[in-house]
Design a protein around this ligand. Structure first.
Ligand code: PLP
Length: 501
């Protein structure tokens, strides 16, 4: 059964396609986009194709069925993953949509990439997919090699240790624990807890459970588990009714775009925020809740795609060092090449950018890299990751290198951002603050209702986009999103905007 399903996927590929020029004559198009170049695509479709509204009748039927079992409040529609390929997601009603949201930014090289399908169909890999080990106690023979081939080959500067985990939240949650354990060992001057530490921790009391804190930023998102939630400040709905810690929250710079045009104003805003960070560290130390670590995203994603300059992050890194706090960079959404560099923090140009870097999404496995001195003592759970994801990741990295996908991302990101600049000039009443790095782009819409209507209408025309913040549209295509996909998107987006004028 398993084999016949996969061979069905393989048969579904049209290995070489030529992009149809019909997209350029899209009805009602006012956006003068460069014609998409006729280009050879290995495993993509040639454009969106819509048969019903979305969700269509089959999706609605399934929604009812699943609704009897689970909460389906967030389900958009049901998917046909066998038929989806490249940049196109196909739904159960046969609608084929250009996907610029990619499963909340977590598909690195498109749907059903032949290189990954080949990996699964290779009999040598069978046991890795069939047997999921408890990696902390019984790892397979090839585990160190596979880690070296996959994660260590992209280790951030200064880091040669990595811990795998299942998802973004549990990566951050365990990274915070590592920080706290490191901090307390540093305070003790050794790694051996006292009898009092051991007895008080059992009843959630200090000194065994110390009152130490993590400093985070307003607008940040680091996950929804209890510890992470204390550092998440993007939307009230995530936090409501859940007890939390009294940890310091600093303002994140609110920059003006395009960044080059507002460098003086933005520099002022960033130094205001850095001053506030230092004040908070001092205040929390005085309160008896010293800051053990600072956590930040390189670009605040869920919170509305808020950027800050390399200078800001260099300043933050220095403040962390000065006050003896660990510096944790959460690259769960920014990591994996989408900004045009493998890690967004590489844009800061630092040899020693962080003490901990967490990841998930496009890297397919969760986890975190850390400096040697932050060795994760007592970090453990049943699976500690999944070796099959390391196999996939090693192959994804091969494809990224072989196909120069970081250069592609830079090229298509430029085309996307330029297109957004043009559209915001054309529709100043609707769009503003276009911004981005690589294809990690975003644009603000005049209000929440118009943003949601644009997202809905774009989907009706065969383009999947995501929202973030209060009224932002975010673009999170896969790394195989090329310049001609940008032009397909811009033409459709223009049609949608024209309807809202
Ligand atoms: C920056 C960041 N950190 C952490 C998370 C949490 O990851 P997960 O949803 O896999 O728990 C997310 C998820 O969107 C994220 O964007």
């Amino acid at each position: 059964q398993w084999w016949s399903q996969w061979s069905h996927v393989c048969r579904g590929f049209i290995w070489v396609r030529w992009l149809s020029p019909t997209i350029q004559t899209h009805a009602g198009c006012r956006y003068v986009s460069k014609p998409a170049t006729k280009t050879q695509v290995e495993f993509d479709y040639n454009g969106p194709s819509m048969k019903t509204t979305v969700p269509g009748p089959r999706s609605q039927e399934l929604m009812k069925q699943l609704g009897d079992i689970q909460n389906v409040g967030a389900v958009n529609f049901f998917c046909n993953y066998e038929e989806s390929r490249g940049n196109y997601l196909v739904d159960v009603d046969g609608n084929r949509m250009l996907d610029l949201y990619t499963q909340i930014s977590s598909i690195p090289i498109g749907y059903n990439h032949p290189a990954l399908v080949k990996l699964v169909t290779n009999p040598n890999n069978l046991s890795t997919f069939v047997n999921r080990p408890a990696l902390g106690i019984l790892p397979p023979e090839n585990f160190p090699d596979k880690l070296t081939e996959s994660l260590l080959s992209v280790a951030p500067s200064g880091m040669s240790r990595v811990q795998t985990m299942a998802c973004g939240s549990c990566s951050n949650e365990n990274a915070f624990k590592s920080i706290f354990i490191w901090y307390r060992n540093k305070e003790r001057g050794h790694n051996t807890p006292s009898d009092e530490d051991l007895s008080t921790c059992m009843i959630n009391q200090a000194p065994g459970c110390p009152d130490v804190s993590i400093l985070s930023f307003m607008g940040s998102f680091h996950g929804r588990t209890m510890g992470c939630l204390a550092t998440t400040h993007s939307k009230a709905i995530h936090k409501l009714d859940v007890p939390s810690f009294d940890w310091p929250i600093a303002p994140f710079p609110r920059l003006q775009y395009p960044l080059e045009e507002f460098s003086r104003e933005n520099a002022q805003e960033e130094s205001r925020c850095l001053e506030e960070v230092e004040d908070l560290i001092v205040k929390w130390r005085q309160k008896g809740k010293p800051v053990a670590g600072i956590v930040t995203e390189p670009i605040q994603a869920e919170g509305g795609d808020n950027h800050a300059s390399p200078d800001f992050f260099r300043g933050l890194r220095n403040i962390a060092r000065k006050h003896g706090c660990a510096f944790h960079v959460d690259e769960v959404q920014t990591g994996g090449g989408t900004t045009g560099k493998f890690w967004a923090h590489e844009h800061w140009g630092m040899d020693d950018p962080a003490d901990i870097v967490s990841f998930s999404k496009k890297l397919l496995t969760g986890g975190y890299f850390q400096k040697d001195e932050l060795q994760p003592y007592r970090i453990f759970n049943t699976w500690m990751g999944d070796p099959s994801k390391n196999l996939f990741l090693a192959e994804v990295l091969n494809v990224i290198r072989r196909e120069n996908l970081l250069e592609e991302v830079t090229r298509s990101g430029k085309a996307l951002l330029n297109g957004l600049y043009e559209l915001q000039a054309q529709y100043p009443g609707i769009l503003s603050r276009a911004r981005g790095q690589g294809t990690f782009c975003a644009v603000d819409v005049c209000d929440d209702a118009t943003r949601n209507s644009i997202l809905f209408k774009a989907r009706e025309k065969g383009v999947i986009l995501g929202g973030c913040g209060d009224r932002t549209i975010r673009f999170r295509p896969a790394l195989v999103f090329k310049e001609y996909h940008v032009h397909i998107f811009l033409n459709i987006f223009n049609d949608v905007l024209a309807q809202h004028k």
